[in-house]
Design a protein around this ligand. Structure first.
Ligand SMILES: [Zn+2]
Length: 276
């Protein structure tokens, strides 16, 4: 055989192997998580605690995979005026326009990332100002945080009424205890949005191998129903860096999830709002 033909065959073989490695083996995934081979459960991805620098990577994946998502964001991460103020207090001689304040520059980047999320059609809601258990917070401070969250997130909201999700799953677990918080949210015109499934991606014990994918698919397939699933693109006590295990692997999990779920927009599960 001529050398040219051998090279061509070797190239073709390499291409086949590479394609197989990149392809998702749905039969294996369906069998592993006890999911049906036919039929898909509806699922909506939601991401809390951002925006973070790596939210950009999540947006790239969502764009590539054509998947709609909702981001519940912490207003303190886009409160660039407050961040600049802190910079000035630390270094009064620094330029007042923020050009020498790294935290301010990072805040501006996070705002740009959020603007991109909105422009690309994702839903954006508030996740409060600074991720507190609001039922345990002094009522005046609670009211201030909710008002500030609304004011700062207003340019980025995508719905009417604006969406809100309480930190720590308090809308779920403490809805009764948080009666006055839910009331305050209602008075401010927010629509509270819960989740039905959790990836438990905030738990470091889950941040290995395919554990987080397993968490989602075992819930979906054992309950035989989909819903809104909770992921995290950000970290509640970290301004700029994201929930890295999620932001790095969501691009692998989405094609695998697709063996079992149909990705739906938020309005498939949540009624009572209009998109802007
Ligand atoms: Zn949170």
């Amino acid at each position: 055989m001529e050398a040219g033909w051998i090279r061509l065959l070797a190239g073709a073989l390499l291409w086949v192997v590479a394609s197989a490695a990149g392809a998702v083996d749905c039969a294996t995934i369906q069998a592993k998580y006890h999911c049906p081979a036919d039929g898909r459960y509806p699922l909506h991805l939601s991401f809390d605690d951002g925006p973070a620098l790596q939210t950009m990577d999540v947006l790239d994946v969502l764009q590539r995979e054509r998947v709609p998502a909702t981001f519940f964001i912490l207003a303190e991460k886009i409160d660039c005026d407050a961040i600049l103020q802190q910079c000035r207090q630390k270094a009064p001689s620094a330029a007042t326009d923020g050009s020498q304040c790294l935290e301010f520059q990072q805040c501006q980047t996070r705002r740009q990332i959020l603007a991109r999320a909105k422009q690309e059609g994702h839903m954006i809601g508030s996740h409060s100002y600074s991720h507190l258990h609001y039922s345990t917070v002094e009522p005046d401070l609670m009211a201030l945080h909710l008002r500030d969250a609304r004011r700062l997130t207003m340019p980025y909201f995508t719905t009417n009424p604006p969406l809100f999700r309480l930190p720590y799953g308090d809308g779920w677990f403490n809805r009764k205890k948080d009666g006055h918080v839910m009331q305050a949210l209602q008075e401010l015109g927010f629509l509270h949005v819960d989740w039905q499934l959790s990836a438990f991606d905030w738990d470091e014990n889950n941040q290995h191998d395919d554990k987080i994918l397993e968490n989602v698919l075992t819930q979906v397939c054992s309950r035989k129903t989909g819903g809104v699933v909770l992921f995290h693109d950000g970290v509640d006590n970290q301004m700029h860096e994201g929930r890295l295990f999620t932001t790095e692997h969501i691009g692998e999990w989405i094609p695998a999830m697709r063996c079992v779920v149909d990705f739906k927009p938020l309005e498939y599960f949540v009624k009572g709002f209009r998109k802007w």
